[in-house]
Design a protein around this ligand. Structure first.
Ligand SMILES: Cc1cc2nc3c(=O)[nH]c(=O)nc-3n(C[C@H](O)[C@H](O)[C@H](O)COP(=O)(O)O)c2cc1C
Length: 369
């Protein structure tokens, strides 16, 4: 018997603290991707904490079914941070209270997404245009939550000539923020160029609250290097986790002095199969098939023959058939190469459009954040 949908059952005992540390890598919020099955997979692979996809505070206000679907969770899906977006202080404060009634305890506010649908409401990265309103929103959330239970995920500013993250972060700290995550690019930069990690180092120097690093963490090597170069309190893997959920385990191994190597085809098969199982166990077969048609290719996107694989997956009609297609695809493959190999994941080479969400809460018009 499949679980009902959406199943919103947070852990009855919420953690009093979030796990923060170099050896505690997080899964970043990923609209269209960081759903319950993927979070479960990442936790099994060593993610110490997960953030939901961004959730519309207004959507909660209108009690939208699609909004509650984004919040699907089960008791073992913990520690979990709910990321909200919105630009109205009353609505955000109300949303935190409503979510607390449901049993959620940890909250984050998106101050980085530049998708037009979000930015048009003055939310996401558009909050950086109006720091006073951003602060009013932050205060409303903080007042509605337990002390230190609200965090903020920022970009540097809307553009290079309007970089204002530090001033805002200092004000957020003053208002009672529990932690700050910085994706050190401007909204205008989208996902282009390189993330300016030096801003993360500056955040560490200037703020007393924990700072999590995000941006160009494609491999465990990137994550560990970022920690060492910036002194951040922890990292969040985003695109790195999408193609390689084992990045969390590799991160911990690397800190223990063990270099990350290749993912052999057998291991890749195990990861994909597990993701398939998890999707199957939380939804209907039709839904699972729909999601898997776009999820499977992303794991093997650096291997030859992916285009043909996509075509075959689109034509397949059952999970068994999909399983068979994947088996024969991987049979001749050596697996994914290590961090600096031809997977193309190092050095910011990944194109965001390769990650257009299959059924995102904010549409496929990337860039997101
Ligand atoms: C497909 C996709 C969806 C994302 N969705 C969100 C989101 O809902 N909320 C958010 O704060 N950031 C979101 N981000 C931004 C990531 O959390 C992260 O900050 C960004 O990708 C930089 O990290 P990376 O370069 O290591 O991928 C998204 C990024 C991608 C690629």
């Amino acid at each position: 018997m499949k679980s009902s949908w959406p199943r919103v059952e947070p852990a009855p005992q919420q953690p009093e603290r979030l796990p923060i540390g170099w050896d505690k890598p997080w899964l970043a919020p990923l609209a269209g991707y960081s759903d319950l099955p993927f979070r479960t997979l990442c936790r099994e692979e060593g993610a110490a904490c997960c953030v939901t996809e961004m959730v519309s505070a207004k959507g909660l206000w209108y009690d939208g079914l699609n909004t509650w679907k984004v919040l699907e969770t089960v008791p073992w899906d913990t520690p979990l941070v709910v990321q909200l977006f919105g630009a109205e202080a009353d609505c955000l404060g109300w949303a935190v209270r409503r979510l607390r009634e449901k049993g959620f305890a940890w909250f984050d506010l998106n101050m980085g997404c530049s998708v037009p649908k979000v930015a048009r409401q003055g939310a996401g990265s558009a909050m950086l245009r109006d720091p006073d309103n951003a602060l009013a929103c932050a205060r409303a959330m903080i007042a509605a939550a337990l002390p230190g239970h609200v965090s903020f995920k920022l970009r540097l500013g809307v553009s290079r000539d309007a970089v204002n993250w530090l001033d805002l972060a200092l004000r957020l700290e003053d208002a009672g923020a529990g932690l700050v995550t910085l994706h050190p690019r401007t909204a205008q930069e989208g996902f282009g160029g390189r993330a300016h990690w030096e801003a993360i180092a500056e955040a560490k120097r200037r703020l007393g609250i924990p700072v999590l690093a995000s941006g160009d963490l494609f491999t465990a090597e990137d994550g560990v290097r970022c920690l060492k170069e910036t002194g951040a309190d922890g990292v969040m893997y985003a695109r790195g986790a999408l193609t390689r959920p084992s990045v969390f385990r590799e991160h911990q191994a690397l800190l223990g002095g063990e270099p990350a190597g290749e993912i052999p085809a057998g291991e890749l098969r195990r990861l994909i199969r597990r993701h398939m199982e998890l999707i199957g166990s939380f939804g209907s077969e039709d839904n699972a098939l729909y999601r898997l048609r776009s999820i499977v290719p992303r794991y093997v996107r650096s291997l030859p023959g992916v285009r043909l694989l996509r075509q075959k997956l689109c034509a397949c009609r059952s999970l068994d058939e999909l399983d068979g297609i994947l088996d024969s695809f991987l049979a001749g493959s050596p697996g994914l190469s290590g961090p600096s190999g031809p997977s193309g994941m190092s050095g910011g080479a990944v194109r965001l459009d390769k990650f257009d969400p299959p059924e995102t809460s904010c549409g496929p018009d990337a860039p997101m954040d």
